[in-house]
Ligand binder design. Structure first.
Ligand code: F6R
Length: 260
């Protein structure tokens, strides 16, 4: 697990965008796993800039989003379909048919979730998964207590998540209670993972995920089991890390480290 701490949200977003761009440049038909929420907005903004100014090409890229609220149609302004379209997809040259987002209005959720899992495999698996983290330590909507081997499924949201996400809705009562989410097991199968977190309200969850025990109570801690994870933080989100000095030392010494 590599911890990269930036002074600001903008710097954090740019560092993470470089990783995404590198994956696409090395493998133009890369399969990306994508997150919604406030955290990746800066990353998506930078990817859009790279597309427009530097020719970053998404024409062969395939994407799978982590989650969607149950009951919200794709054109609902608070749906993750709408979010992704507004904040990334409409600004880049990704073909519509390469985009996958869990359906919030499937008639048979169980069958839909199985199809989603199979589709990921059909597309060759996820090369790079982008994650945020909830204040309760969740990744995707894998709330505390989710099996670390869980797969894509319908999940009941925790009260803290409903409270946290109420800011996007007119009234708290409008926040859906259920979501379709990739499982922790699904996420861990990605070849490479980046997790981004900013702000003081994430500091405890970040410290627990990185330095605490692996536990289904903080599903982000499962990333400790993955061989290729980079965590991008701003100062505030990093403020509760005990090994902070060591993480900085590693980054400082990285350029001179033996290559083979
Ligand atoms: C969203 C997702 C969630 C968010 C997390 C943080 O697709 O999977 O796990 O990443 O809830 O949300 P923000 O970034 O809004 O703080």
């Amino acid at each position: 697990m590599e911890i990269i701490i930036s002074q600001t949200y903008e710097q954090m977003s740019k560092s993470a965008a470089k990783v995404v761009a590198e994956v696409i440049n090395q493998k133009p038909n890369a399969v990306l796993g994508l997150a919604t929420g406030s955290t990746p907005l800066g990353l998506y903004k930078e990817l859009i800039r790279m597309h427009k100014e530097e020719g970053l090409d998404f024409s062969h890229v395939t994407t799978f989003n982590l989650d969607e609220y149950v009951g919200l149609a794709a054109d609902h302004p608070q749906s993750y379909h709408y979010f992704m379209w507004e904040n990334l997809f409409k600004h880049i040259n990704i073909p519509r048919e390469n985009i996958h987002i869990p359906s919030g209005t499937a008639r048979n959720y169980r069958a839909f979730c199985q199809w989603y899992e199979e589709r990921i495999v059909q597309c060759g698996g996820i090369d790079l998964q982008v994650l945020g983290i909830g204040a309760d330590g969740h990744i995707a909507f894998n709330e505390p207590g989710s099996s670390l081997g869980s797969r894509t499924r319908l999940k009941t949201l925790a009260e803290q998540t409903i409270n946290d996400n109420a800011r996007f809705f007119e009234r708290k009562e409008d926040v859906p209670i259920y979501a379709i989410t990739m499982g922790v097991g699904t996420i861990l199968e990605a070849r490479e993972i980046i997790l981004l977190a900013n702000g003081a309200n994430k500091a405890e969850a970040v410290a627990a995920a990185i330095e605490g025990p692996v536990s289904s109570m903080i599903t982000a801690s499962a990333l400790q089991m993955h061989p290729h994870v980079q965590i991008f933080l701003d100062e505030e989100a990093a403020s509760k890390l005990k090994m902070r000095k060591y993480y900085d030392w590693i980054q400082e010494k990285k350029p001179g480290s033996p290559r083979s």
